[in-house]
Design a protein around this ligand. Structure first.
Ligand code: TXA
Ligand code: MG
Length: 314
């Protein structure tokens, strides 16, 4: 029998219930400023395994671990000077740092996929912060959607994909940033962009005073890095300025459409609207065409997600 999924409010009571469920090893989806995460106690392998089961992820891949602040992060990982610089500039916020694990970190090896590093993030969203503080420990959380589908930026999106497969979802409204965090690793000590996301690479380079290396598509083939991902049911065609017969056009700036990511051509607004627009067009059915998005600032993360949504599927 499928257990019902509770919808919890982002009130102190709702968040306490969510923390209690996490302590019991249950799965709780919660809002962050990027997308909704599917959270589990990162020290509990049974709970972490349940994430893969609920998402239908085909294999174990490293998950991002969420903590309340940089002090909690430093209990888990080595903390080079550059990590301090980046954390000071961008935490709490949509930045994940991949750092070497410390002895006695206590994280499940299912979270790290057996690697000697882990991706850590301090989310800014109020309910996420309050939940992490109420829980008091590290929370592993990939996006709260079935594997390969569009990421969730509202509690309804989570329910559409995972209702009956997870214990609860905390409803904290729409996600303000709307694309997943930017991931920075340190290859041979040099800051490296592993995934474009909610912090523009240009902003990170400005803080560091140097260019980021481009990730080599390391040995990790995590789902978000696979070519076909974030996929609506219908086919997706990019760089379209008009709709072809049967298509719904997702507009941007001067290209009007059935829906628009941002009529004024604002990339921050477009990122915040991206997954919600894809969910809506998915619900309408049929193929989707998408207007060109400039490849600067958050446009890099938006184009990355769109390219994967449009990729040929197996
Ligand atoms: O915005 C976000 O980052 C969202 C919200 C929920 O916080 N979370 C998210 O988590 O996207 P997840 O677990 O789906 O992200 C996993 C990505 C992998 O694709 C991989 O690229 C990277 O994190 N990653 C995690 N650990 C890593 C490691 N040790 N080395 C390299 N990459 C790692
Ligand atoms: Mg994801």
């Amino acid at each position: 029998m499928v257990a019902p999924t509770k919808r919890l409010s982002a009130s102190p009571d709702g968040l306490n219930d969510a923390a209690t469920l996490l302590r019991a090893g249950a799965l709780v989806a919660f809002p962050t400023e990027t997308v909704y995460g599917l959270g589990a106690d990162a020290r509990n392998s049974t709970a972490v395994a349940a994430i893969y089961e609920a998402k239908g992820r085909p294999s174990f891949n490293p998950l991002i671990v969420h903590v309340a602040d940089a002090a909690q992060a430093q209990e888990l990982v080595e903390w080079p000077h550059t990590a301090q610089t980046l954390a000071k500039a961008f935490w709490p916020g949509p930045l994940t740092l991949v750092l070497p694990l410390r002895q006695g970190h206590g994280l499940s090896s299912l979270v790290t996929a057996g690697l000697e590093t882990v991706g850590l993030r301090v989310p800014a969203q109020d309910a996420a912060q309050a939940l992490l503080r109420a829980f008091g420990g590290p929370v592993a959380a990939p996006s709260a959607n079935p594997s390969g589908r569009i990421s969730p930026t509202a509690a309804e999106h989570v329910m559409d994909g995972l209702e009956g497969r997870i214990a609860a979802v905390v409803d904290g409204g729409a996600c303000a940033v709307g694309v997943e965090s930017t991931i920075i690793g340190f290859e041979a000590g040099k800051p490296t962009l592993l995934r474009a996301g909610g912090v523009a690479a240009e902003d990170i380079e400005a803080v560091l005073g140097k260019s980021l290396l481009a990730g080599q598509g390391s040995s990790i083939t995590a789902p978000g890095q696979m070519l076909s991902h974030y996929a609506p049911r219908g086919a997706v065609r990019l760089n379209a300025t008009t709709a072809r017969a049967g298509e719904n056009l997702l507009g941007f700036g001067p290209v009007a459409g059935t829906l628009s990511l941002s009529r004024s051509g604002d990339l921050i607004e477009a990122a915040a609207n991206l997954f919600d627009c894809l969910h809506r067009l998915d619900a309408l059915g049929g193929p989707i065409a998408v207007a060109p998005i400039p490849q600067i600032g958050l446009g890099v993360a938006i184009n990355d997600r769109l390219k994967r949504a449009a990729a040929p599927r197996d």
